[in-house]
Design a binder for this molecule. Sequence first.
Ligand code: SF4
Ligand code: SF4
Ligand code: SF4
Length: 318
Amino acid sequence: MIYIEHMNNIDRRNFLKTAAIGAASLTLGSATVKAADKPLSDDRIGILVDTTACVGCRHCEWACRTAHGLPAGELESYSDNSVFKEYRRPGNEALTVVNEFENEKNPLLPVFVKSQCMHCEKPACVSACIVGALTKNEDGSVTWNDDKCIGCRYCMVACQFQIPTYEWQKSIDPHIMKCDLCSERRSNGKLPACIEICPNEALLFGKRSDVLKAAKNKIKRKPDTYINHIYGEHEVGGTTWMYIAGKKFDKLKMPPLGTATAPGISEAIQHGIFAYFVPPVTLFALLGTMMWVTKWKKTNGSDEPKGKLPDVNDEKEK
Ligand code: SF4
Ligand code: SF4
Ligand code: SF4
């Protein structure tokens, strides 16, 4: 792992502490930052993935699973390169995955790319969520709140990187799953697990502004190694995780997205509900039903709730 060399004006411990306090206070609902309204902290996190330094060891996958209580197996088993035969995406049991791509400049040295939630500066998932179960925190992370989630899965539809997944296999308390930037570890003063374990300085963690400077310096110093593009600097309005590479990002299965922020798209989902003449009172009744069924499933573990469902008239009476 590597810390950014330019973090002069912010001490590591204070930075993590500040991030943790920010995350904790936001969890308590005291300072929730909706995607479009409040400016983010100047000290918010940035992470640079230098794909030219990644050796495809997949230790980050193991560390991430372990840190999140997901089945991880032995670290030694991650040296099995047969997983690279098929392209994989982050999912319920792996919040981050590494894929292998061809290196035309040197076929003996493939390109490896780690992927996970990008923690967008203006996250579509946050904007799409109609009950505020996803939060863009001041430290830059995007986190999910089980207590608020009604299981509608709009976030999955809205995300332009197709990141959030749902624990379909769980009958009790299914969660929306995605990288949470290791919020629990950071609240205890630790680095995200993947960054701490990375043995080859492929992941650079620091202030977003400093990480960007470092990325630009790398490209300037080695123009033959890198293409002149920092993926995530501007895509969809910017992201917390950013990438540099020796080949075009669309060849690394990173979607060629514009600089326009995505919330407009996700807000269209919400507006669409009204556009198709679903009046607010009906919407609230539908949401109430959805929430009731979801909570029932969370506590009882069945798809077949019994009893009286809330109806439109109940909502009208409130
Ligand atoms: S990558 Fe997707 S899930 Fe992650 S913050 Fe952006 S919109 Fe949300
Ligand atoms: S920051 Fe944490 S949750 Fe996100 S990919 Fe790394 S280890 Fe996993
Ligand atoms: S731990 Fe670092 S070097 Fe290894 S696969 Fe992950 S990002 Fe690449």
